[in-house]
Ligand binder design. Structure first.
Ligand code: ATR
Length: 280
């Protein structure tokens, strides 16, 4: 009997512009694996049916993106500890019996990107801009990295308050900050992370002065389109360490590829260039 081709996909709404098929396609080719990875645009009302049918359609798993990550938790048969703690799923692994296990690799991708880009956590404070789904994984990751204080500045302060409540622990002080106080809240921090959509292609710019940021601080924008956001350009021009968001995308995909296709692929400069469309 011929060996069945392993299939996986990215499920989002929209999903058309996702870089994941290109990224996994590069690895499939590099590892010589006879597999497929496609984009499956799926509106929220069809998510549960789509996930339930993955097994009969021959999929070994899928990645989830906006707006499905949080809603998917309730559809899974089980959640790993990280997905449960974060409250969001970005990787669904389909078992041999068709069962669905939800995992989260976003926190891993975020951490790997920062550490491999030279950021060394110093148990100090971080300021996170935004309190959406991405912020949840990042706050979880920062707590695991041992930061002792996380300030969350968000346009809707109630969303920041909810996160502070959800992640409360004695080891880390989590403080909601009003959006207009995001500049003052940079005082004494070692890391600034933008998780809002401000600065993304087609979205308004993030208008934020870095005047109060300590000179040794690192600035990370998780946006990768454009790669050099106005925030990162400002940070670089002022001499701060600046880390772009593409690495988080690439590193969160590694454990997904391993779960789907059984190989641990490498994140290389050639992969970055290919995903950015700099090479065919
Ligand atoms: P993701 O899953 O990528 O985090 P999300 O859950 O939609 O996406 O969250 C988007 C974040 O960007 C939120 O923190 C949002 O602020 P609100 O909680 O007030 O909605 C923030 N955001 C989006 N547009 C913004 C804007 N124009 N100004 C400030 N913050 C904005």
């Amino acid at each position: 009997m011929p060996h069945p081709v392993k299939k996986a996909a990215i499920v989002g709404w929209p999903a058309k512009h996702s870089l994941s098929p290109r990224l996994h396609g590069f690895w499939l080719h590099a590892c010589g694996i006879d597999g497929g990875y496609e984009a499956m645009p799926t509106p929220p009302e069809n998510l549960a049916d789509l996930l339930r049918d993955l097994h009969i359609k021959g999929f070994c798993g899928v990645n989830l993106t906006i707006p499905h990550k949080q809603a998917a938790c309730a559809i899974m048969d089980s959640l790993d500890e990280t997905a449960r703690d974060i409250g969001a799923v970005n990787l669904v692994v389909v078992g041999a019996d068709g069962s669905l296990q939800g995992r989260n690799t976003d926190a891993y991708g975020f951490t790997q990107n920062l550490l491999l880009s030279g950021y060394v956590p110093k148990n100090g404070a971080a300021l996170v801009l935004g309190a959406g789904g991405a912020a949840r994984a990042i706050i979880y990751a920062l707590m695991k990295m041992g930061l002792s204080e996380i300030r969350i500045a968000n346009r809707t302060i109630a969303h920041a308050e909810k996160l502070a409540q959800d992640f409360a622990t004695p080891q880390c002080r989590i403080t909601p900050v009003a959006w207009q106080d995001a500049e003052k809240a940079q005082m004494g921090i070692e890391l600034l992370v933008n998780t809002t959509s401000l600065g993304m292609k087609g979205q308004p710019e993030l208008l934020l002065s870095l005047d109060a940021l300590p000179p040794t601080a690192t600035v990370n924008d998780i946006i990768y389109a454009p790669l050099e956001t106005p925030l990162l350009a400002q940070a670089r021009a002022r001499g701060f360490a600046a880390i772009d968001g593409l690495g988080m995308l690439l590193h969160q995909a590694r454990p997904s590829f391993q779960a789907f296709f059984g190989h641990d692929p490498e994140v290389t400069q050639a992969l970055r260039d290919y995903v950015l469309g700099n090479t065919q």
